[in-house]
Design a protein around this ligand. Structure first.
Ligand SMILES: [Zn+2]
Length: 99
């Protein structure tokens, strides 16, 4: 894990569902903090296009969680973070140079 923290950029990460351990894997070229905010608001606003929210909704609709009506990013465990050494844009640069 090394020096990676919430201000690191070009990292891959996974949000593991607190309820069922399913993982949502993504990567970001911006800092983790900014990316996390990008996930947090759609979940709290129950945005249908947020895959993190629609996943939580499955649990909300489950009768085993009758009082579940406040989805939040805290329902996921952030894990498996690693630095991405060659981003897509780096590869594009290299390909362009080869032409
Ligand atoms: Zn789940």
């Amino acid at each position: 894990m090394g020096d990676i923290d919430c201000s690191s950029s070009n990292v891959s990460y996974a949000y593991q569902c607190y309820f069922c351990n399913k993982q949502y894997v993504d990567e970001t070229s911006t800092s983790l903090r900014i990316r996390a905010n990008g996930h947090r608001f759609p979940i709290e606003r129950k945005h249908r296009l947020s895959s993190l929210y629609t996943h939580l909704k499955v649990h909300a609709d489950n009768s085993s969680l009758p009082d579940y009506n406040r989805p939040s990013l805290g329902d996921y465990i952030l894990m498996s973070i690693e630095q991405i050494h060659s981003s897509v844009s780096d590869w594009q640069d290299r390909i362009n140079r080869l032409k």
